[in-house]
Design a protein around this ligand. Structure first.
Ligand SMILES: [Zn+2]
Ligand SMILES: [Zn+2]
Length: 347
């Protein structure tokens, strides 16, 4: 029988239609085979040696080294741009009944690795940590801009996730407005806190940790689990055990544990679902709510295995064909070690 489940953090409903249940291999069968890519692509602007093809770097890691591991650049085609007049960043104007304002903010690309064919699951742990260090440094630098309300870090992997650029990369957008979905999560977090006197994410973390059926990985600082009302097959949350409202306040030990879990999770997904397309986003509080007790930053991983259709668009209710308990069991059973070049079909 289909079953509705509610996302405790957003109040959104999901319907689990398990008669359509599919095994992991059913998601991979219709996908094109992963092609072995060269380490350097002469046509790729993100590969080393082609730095002139992009705007100058904002940050490179390791600092001061001749060769970079991670390179952060302005997006050549930004969704948001810095305000010409910072004093007017929040100025809105009316067009008839409609509200509009300048698309202010910034949009950066994090080139995650110098190698065209070496995505995060193939990287040594310390290199994944460097990517997270770049996230952390740029998050805090952008947060200091008085025009920034929200910094959103995300990664689009594969065409179904919205990118055709194969070179491993992430993106960071600083926005002068707090979008509706973020406001809704803040609002629901505050309502839960008012009703129960605790953070809704801390409550979910404690329950999932004790219950265990949806847990994939646990280390000292993070718990990785499939959420009770997962909106898509194999959705996973990486939730820090220490309550902090923003990603910008993490410490070095937490970043190390996050790198470990992120690479472990991506390696499992890679093996179980044949390098699936995915988006991940770091959900974090807006700057003016940086220390609140009712919001708890976390990383949300969304493999793109199904396409939302009319019912989802019309109702806002997701249809998920894989129970999170089954997804978690499959991910627990997959190997979380770094993917080897042989497995990836690389020379
Ligand atoms: Zn490249
Ligand atoms: Zn919390």
């Amino acid at each position: 029988m289909p079953e509705f489940r509610q996302n405790l953090a957003t109040k959104e409903w999901v319907v689990f239609a398990t008669e359509r249940a599919r095994r992991p291999e059913d998601f991979t069968r219709s996908r094109p085979q992963v092609k072995a890519l060269p380490a350097l692509d002469p046509a790729c602007p993100f590969c080393p040696g082609h730095e002139d093809a992009t705007p100058p770097a904002i940050l490179t890691l390791p600092t001061g080294a001749a060769a970079w591991d991670v390179r952060v650049i302005p997006n050549k085609f930004p969704a948001l741009v810095p305000a010409k007049d910072p004093s007017c960043v929040a100025c809105a104007s009316q067009v008839g009944p409609y509200l509009q304002r300048a698309g202010n903010g910034s949009h950066e690309v994090v080139i995650d690795a110098p190698y065209h064919n070496c995505d995060l699951p193939l990287l040594p742990l310390e290199k994944v940590e460097e990517v997270l260090d770049a996230y952390y440094l740029r998050f805090n630098a952008l947060s200091r801009d008085p025009c920034t309300e929200l910094v959103l870090i995300f990664r689009n992997h594969g065409p179904r996730a919205g990118t055709s650029i194969l070179h491993p990369h992430s993106q960071i957008v600083a926005s002068a407005v707090v979008p509706f979905r973020v406001r809704n999560r803040i609002y629901e977090g505050q309502r839960y806190f008012d009703s129960y006197g605790e953070c809704v994410y801390c409550a979910m973390l404690a329950y999932e940790q004790a219950d265990g059926t949806r847990v994939i990985l646990e280390n000292e600082h993070f718990l990785a689990f499939c959420p009770f009302a997962a909106s898509t097959p194999y959705e996973v949350w990486l939730v820090p055990k220490h309550h902090r409202a923003t990603f910008g306040s993490v410490d070095e030990d937490e970043l190390h544990d996050l790198a470990h879990q992120l690479r472990g999770l991506l390696s499992r997904l890679w093996r179980l679902l044949d390098d699936p397309d995915y988006n991940y986003v770091i959900d974090t509080a807006p700057q003016h709510l940086a220390a609140v007790p009712f919001y708890h930053w976390h990383l949300r991983m969304l493999p793109r295995l199904t396409t939302p259709a009319g019912f989802e668009i019309g109702s806002g209710i997701g249809i998920n064909v894989v129970l999170p308990e089954d997804a978690a069991a499959a991910l627990r059973g997959a190997c979380g070690d770094a993917v080897t070049p042989e497995e990836a079909g690389l020379p």
